[in-house]
Every structure is written in structure tokens, then in C-alpha cells.
Design a protein around this ligand. Structure first.
Ligand SMILES: [Fe+2]
Length: 357
């Protein structure tokens, strides 16, 4: 099974994993050949990519840190929360919040029980529902970092909830600003920058939301050199949860397709985060992030420096740019594998690019 971009879908390709919509309904079943009409529907719904089965990747199983079912449940519940106005529908808002808390608890149990797994962040988002997919991804990455930092189960649940709700204040920002393709005017940017404070106030007034959660919502755009917003806080004056969510949020945002930018590769996004370590981002948080997120997710096709194409088979926490790869040449049924981390003969071999095949 491997991930491909929707632009590469062709009729009769076989689905490697069932495809779900955000109401948790199964749209297409695993193993099903994809007809042209389905391809058009998948594209019109705005899926960025999906998993297929083909002759070169049948031996690959992709391990999710969070099951598809819990991920879709979280997205569905978050959608509900964004619909309710917390003032007008306060009861429904609080009920949905309690449901989200339960889902986050299940999510944390899965991530905590799978501590050694790295996150294979492929863009499985539906374009029009970016906000919900993004918040769930941020929550998953944040909890994985929290695990690596040794946080307690209770703290991880609070961190997961904060990740899920970090952008809830965007509910109050006009869509015309959120989805604008051109650069924002100064006035519009000023308005956008109010979303952390809006979210903070919304959550502070809810039952059973801890100060840890609403403070990190307020501070998730603060940067440790003081260049962030809304208050220009520095270093440890920014809560640990906010420093973690800041990294997770930035990473998932730049690998995503948005109206105002094209996605960048996970490997480039990881370099960007590394580049900001120590002035934008907390270096300890970045150190753990680098162990948890793969630069070259499993099933990605890459070009090696010797001119041979290869597919990523496994990642290693302590060398996230040096995966185990399978060469895509010669006898595909008896492939040659190269461990870029441990094979001494591969020391001079590097990944020089990503192949969209
Ligand atoms: Fe935000």
C-alpha cells in the first residue's frame, strides 16, 4: 500500500485503505478498484491524496499512530463544535465539548500505547474542511511530542484537547479573511491575529476546561524570541503546551494546501522547523518533534544520490532523514533494501529528491 496524490489517480487502481468522509461514513471500501466516476468525486470533494495497492508496495503496511476511526470521530465532533455558537447554543456547545474530551482521551490512549511509532504525516485532508483536519493533526502531533517529553496521561489529555481547540477562535473571524488567496491587508491581518484571544475567552467561560488549555489557546502563536502574538511573550513565559502546539501547528500548516500557498514537502517543513529552533521554537520541543515526525513518510518514493529511485519502508527515530528504503529497479518481486541509517556501505548515499509517481 502506498500514498499517492489525487492528480496521479487512474481508473482501476485499487484502494489500499477504506476512504471515509467526515461524518465517519465509509465512501469506498479497501480493495475496491476505483472507477473514473469515483476519481472525479474524490477530486470534487477535495481529497489531496489516498492510499492505493499496487505491485510495488504490497509488502508495506502503514502504521497509524491514531486509528482512522478515532481520527474521523474527532473531525466530526470538531465540526459540530464549530457550528454551535457558544453563547447562543451554550448547552449544545458544552455537550459537544464533553464528547471531544472523550475522543481525545481515546486518542491519547492510542498514541501513548504506541510510543515508538513515528507519525507518517501524509496530507489526507479534504481541502474545504481544512480547519477540522488541521486541528486534529495538530492535536496528534502535540500529544506525540508530549509523550516524548514524558508528560503524564492526564497532561497529555489536556494537551490533546488544547491542540484540538487551538484555533476555535477562528469561528469568529470572517471567512473572507480566512480563505483569502492574496496577501492580507494590515487591517485584515490585525483581525486574524485576534483568534487566539477569541478562543481563550470562549474556553475560559466553559465548564471543565482547565487554565492549561485556555492559556495555551491564547499563546499558541507566541514565539520564544518575543516575535509572536498577541502579547510578544518570550521563552518560558509561554506555557509548555503553547510551545508544543506552536511547533505542531506550524508544521501541519506548511505541509497543507491552502488558498494562499501550495504545500511543502515534510522534509522541507522539518528543515524549516529546525531552522527556527532556539529563536522561534523551543529547542527541546523541536528535538523531540524531530524524533516523532518522519521527514520521508513510509511509502514515499524518493530519488537516491546514485540515480536509483526507491521507496521508503521504515523510519528511525534517531535518524529521521535516513530511512530503510526499497530500490525500485531490477526484480520488483525480490527487491533490494538499503538501510540508510545502519548500512556502512550506504554512508555516502543520500536522498536528493521526492518522486511524484
Ligand atoms: Fe492559530
Amino acid at each position: 500500500m502506498r500514498y499517492i496524490d489525487v492528480s496521479l489517480l487512474e481508473p482501476d487502481m485499487v484502494l489500499g485503505r477504506s476512504l471515509y468522509g467526515t461524518n465517519n461514513e465509509r465512501m469506498l471500501k479497501k480493495g475496491q478498484p476505483i472507477k473514473l466516476e469515483y476519481i472525479n468525486r474524490i477530486k470534487s470533494l477535495g481529497f489531496q491524496g489516498l492510499y492505493i495497492k499496487d505491485g510495488i508496495s504490497d509488502d508495506l503496511e502503514i502504521d497509524d499512530v491514531v486509528s482512522q476511526q478515532i481520527r474521523m470521530e474527532a473531525i466530526g465532533r470538531l465540526k459540530d463544535l464549530f457550528i454551535f455558537d457558544e453563547k447562543k447554543d451554550h448547552k449544545h456547545f458544552e455537550e459537544t465539548l464533553a464528547n471531544i474530551n472523550k475522543t481525545v482521551g481515546n486518542m491519547v490512549t492510542e498514541i501513548d500505547g504506541n510510543r515508538n511509532a513515528m507519525i507518517n504525516m501524509m496530507d489526507l485532508k479534504i481541502y474545504d474542511e481544512y480547519t477540522f483536519y488541521h486541528c486534529v493533526n495538530v492535536s496528534i502531533i502535540a500529544v506525540a511530542i508530549g509523550c516524548g517529553l514524558g508528560l503524564s496521561h492526564q497532561d497529555l489529555t489536556q494537551l490533546g484537547l488544547a491542540g484540538m481547540l487551538h484555533d476555535i477562535g477562528k469561528q469568529r473571524i470572517p471567512k473572507a479573511i480566512l480563505e483569502k488567496e492574496d496577501n492580507l491587508t494590515d487591517e485584515e491581518f490585525k483581525e486574524l491575529k485576534k483568534h487566539p484571544a477569541y478562543g481563550y475567552r470562549m474556553m475560559r467561560d466553559c465548564n471543565n476546561i482547565s487554565p492549561q488549555v485556555y492559556l495555551s489557546i491564547l499563546q499558541h502563536h507566541e514565539r520564544i524570541d518575543g516575535s509572536g502574538y498577541p502579547h510578544g511573550k518570550k521563552g518560558d513565559d509561554i506555557s509548555l503546551f503553547a510551545r508544543i502546539i506552536g511547533v505542531a501547528d506550524c508544521y501541519d500548516a506548511i505541509i497543507s494546501k491552502r488558498p494562499y500557498h501550495d504545500p511543502i514537502l515534510p522534509s522541507d517543513a522539518i528543515e524549516y522547523i529546525m531552522g527556527g529552533s532556539g529563536f522561534l521554537f523551543d529547542p527541546e520541543v523541536v528535538r523531540v518533534f524531530l524524533r516523532k515526525v518522519s521527514a520521508y513518510p513510509v511509502s514515499m518514493c524518493v530519488m537516491l544520490s546514485n540515480g536509483v529511485p526507491a521507496m521508503v519502508v521504515k523510519n528511525f527515530e534517531d535518524a529521521n532523514t535516513r530511512p530503510l528504503v526499497k530500490l525500485l529497479k531490477g526484480d520488483i518481486k525480490n527487491p533490494t533494501y538499503i538501510n540508510l541509517k545502519d548500512d556502512p556501505n550506504a554512508q555516502n548515499l543520500t536522498i536528493v529528491g521526492v518522486l511524484n509517481i
